[in-house]
Unconditional design. Structure first.
Length: 270
């Protein structure tokens, strides 16, 4: 019985190692293309947050009272800008990368023939999206440090953990959208009806606890809300006030999207 258990455990370990190796192989294929565009990717997600910072943080924020979190409205929205930039690039970069392979270069079919587990295909593509999101949000974090002088507020482990989970959620969503759309126009529809509304309703510019109950229900259905509130708390509040529920919620969303993405890869026909 003990020998059988050991053999079963060894088989499981071998399967997990194989899954990890396959995922990294898929990721490496995307990284070879991504590494030559690091500056471009980082800069592409920096323009909009800078406009928001100047318009809302320094412009509108100067006429607003001090928020409940942070010493100024600028400090209040900076974690939201980090969440927003990682969402936008994590989703958009992943979606367009897969769409390009499927609809234009026609190399996507070759990847589907690779003898790896469908979950490894999803995780590999998702890892590339996480890197895209981290590169872009890293540029925003640099700006936040320059404007506030708070280095460890934006570089502490809890802040980075929430950020990585947010990148995983929206990169995973980008993989699924990229596998399902039939044209670039369809990507625009997802962006207009999903990403842009979430950008303004995901607690990036406001404190969701001050909303009426009806709006709270809507806002707290959005994963970006948990990222924005989590990043804000990780940056400015003590650990005792951190919303710990945000981590399992974001992790659960990432896992659910991974399972859906693996199913989609397993049944994909291009």
């Amino acid at each position: 019985m003990n020998q059988s258990s050991r053999q079963h455990g060894s088989t499981n370990q071998s399967q997990w190692r194989s899954l990890l190796a396959d995922s990294l192989t898929v990721f490496w294929g995307d990284w070879l293309d991504l590494r030559v565009r690091i500056t471009q990717v980082a800069a592409s997600g920096l323009v909009a947050p800078l406009i928001y910072i100047l318009a809302f943080g320094l412009g509108l924020g100067s006429s607003l009272p001090q928020p409940a979190i942070g010493n100024s409205y600028l400090e209040f929205i900076l974690p939201g800008m980090v969440a927003l930039s990682s969402m936008t690039i994590g989703f958009g970069g992943t979606t367009f990368s897969i769409c390009g392979d499927r609809l234009f270069t026609k190399t996507f079919e070759e990847m589907l023939l690779v003898p790896v587990h469908p979950l490894a295909l999803h995780i590999g593509k998702m890892l590339a999206g996480i890197v895209r999101g981290l590169m872009t949000s890293g540029a925003v974090i640099l700006v936040a440090i320059v404007f506030t002088g708070r280095i460890w507020s934006f570089l502490n482990p809890l802040f980075l953990l929430v950020l990585v989970l947010n990148c995983a959620v929206f990169s995973g969503l980008g993989v699924i959208v990229g596998l399902n759309v039939r044209s670039l126009e369809s990507v625009g529809l997802y962006n207009n009806f999903l990403i842009i509304p979430m950008s303004f309703l995901g607690a990036t510019f406001f404190d969701p606890t001050t909303l009426p109950i009806g709006m709270k229900v809507i806002v707290y259905l959005l994963p970006l809300t948990y990222t924005s509130t989590g990043l804000r708390a990780a940056a400015y509040l003590p650990l005792s006030q951190f919303p710990w529920y945000s981590i399992p919620i974001l992790l659960g969303c990432a896992i659910a999207l991974s399972l859906r993405g693996a199913y989609q890869f397993a049944h994909q026909q291009d």
